[in-house]
Design a protein around this ligand. Structure first.
Ligand code: ZN
Ligand code: ZN
Length: 198
């Protein structure tokens, strides 16, 4: 699916949900003082129709353009060190209010920091001391899987349209494959004397 179709799919879900049959209002466990009503959108409604966790997306197919790496064989100059492969403590101090001693102590306790001149310069960790970074594969958004990228776009659009319609998206408590569109309302209570005045 292309981005436009994914966006349209997400929009159609929210459009139908907004006219759908809402559940009775129930106390909102996340939001004291609010009640919430839900519409069931479906199970596994994401484009891939697969359930997986982003940190272990083992059952999605690897991107055919980058073979699952998420990066291309072309590269660009590392923006962190501007291609020099070196970062300086002075640069950090110039861009923060951190005292020098605290900054050096923090770097000393950071495993990724490998000093060139202790207390002054260290290897750029953003480019692994090469001065270059591989270009991100646009087809999979750097995720290494087009399926996973399409799914993540879909969830982003779904959240966006849900918010525009005044609600939000929630996954099922019992079954994380289930997706609900929810609308939350404040509980309105009147003081007893206001009730009497009516
Ligand atoms: Zn760098
Ligand atoms: Zn790719």
């Amino acid at each position: 699916m292309n981005k436009r179709d994914i966006r349209a799919k997400a929009r159609d879900y929210i459009r139908q949900a907004a006219q759908g049959s809402f559940s009775d209002l129930q106390p909102d466990p996340e939001n004291p003082g609010y009640t919430v009503s839900r519409v069931f959108l479906g199970s596994l409604i994401n484009p891939s129709g697969k359930f997986y966790t982003p940190w272990a997306n083992s059952n999605v197919q690897a991107c055919p353009r980058c073979q699952g790496r998420g990066t291309l064989t072309t590269s660009h100059i590392c923006p962190a060190c501007d291609g020099s492969a070196v970062l300086t403590v002075q640069w950090i101090l110039d861009h923060s209010n951190e005292p020098r001693e605290a900054c050096i102590a923090r770097l000393n306790s950071t495993p990724a920091c490998i000093w060139i001149t202790p207390g002054e310069t260290f290897h750029c960790w953003a480019c692994n001391h090469t001065g270059k970074q591989a270009d991100e594969c646009a087809y999979c958004g750097g995720q290494g899987s087009r399926e996973a990228f399409e799914d993540s776009l879909f969830w982003e659009f779904l959240d966006e349209f849900a918010a525009a319609a005044g609600g939000y998206i929630e996954s099922g408590e019992g079954d994380p494959c289930d997706t609900f569109y929810c609308v939350s309302f404040p509980v309105v209570t009147f003081a007893a004397d206001e009730e009497r005045a009516l």
